[in-house]
Design a protein around this ligand. Sequence first.
Ligand code: C5P
Length: 221
Amino acid sequence: VREPDLVGRHVVVSAGGTREPLDPVRFLGNRSSGKQGYALARTAAARGARVTLVAANTGLPDPAGVDVVRVGTAVQLREAVLKAAADADAVVMAAAVADFRPETYAAGKIKKQDGREPDPIVLVRNPDILAEVSADRARSNQVVVGFAAETDEVLANGRSKLRRKGCDLLVVNEVGERKTFGSEENEAVVLGADGSETPVPYGPKEALAEIVWDLVTRRLG
Ligand code: C5P
């Protein structure tokens, strides 16, 4: 357990994965379990922070001592994160946010029709919340952290994503068939906008969370 070095700080963590509805019963989603975001919320609370956890479709119980805001879609997640970020010292975007959503929502369940091919699903872009929070810092010294799951060229892709998003830190995971999603463990590299590179060995998601808060507190001064 670390020092209570986040006392007096407000941190915002997003967790889980957004679901983008097609009709009342169907959605486009992803395999994010929310475990890494919950580990970040728990460890920040243990270090004394006031924590707002914006949870998208996780089946996990609310961590003790954390304000939980439950959301479904990327647009709802954006609203909740921006609202909480207004007075936050740090924003950590661990949620898997859908890059696209179906252009139209059918108010009634979409039905198959005999002898007819299905209609294509047309997608439109979702707002990039991490880029937006990074560009419009609610506070001048606010620390913004993103996550990236990469399957190849992990470091090179991570570096360019860090620049594109404009965040201070980017936690880069290598993902594959059996790695990361839903598991209790994680292995990552944390890239800093200052050029730093912090490798995090394979281990519990709590351990990665503690390292993220170490890097955040150092930047908060
Ligand atoms: O671009 P990519 O989805 O790989 O970026 C991942 C990072 O960006 C995560 O921190 C995720 O929470 C954030 N993100 C976002 N809004 C989006 C897509 C991703 O904030 N529309």
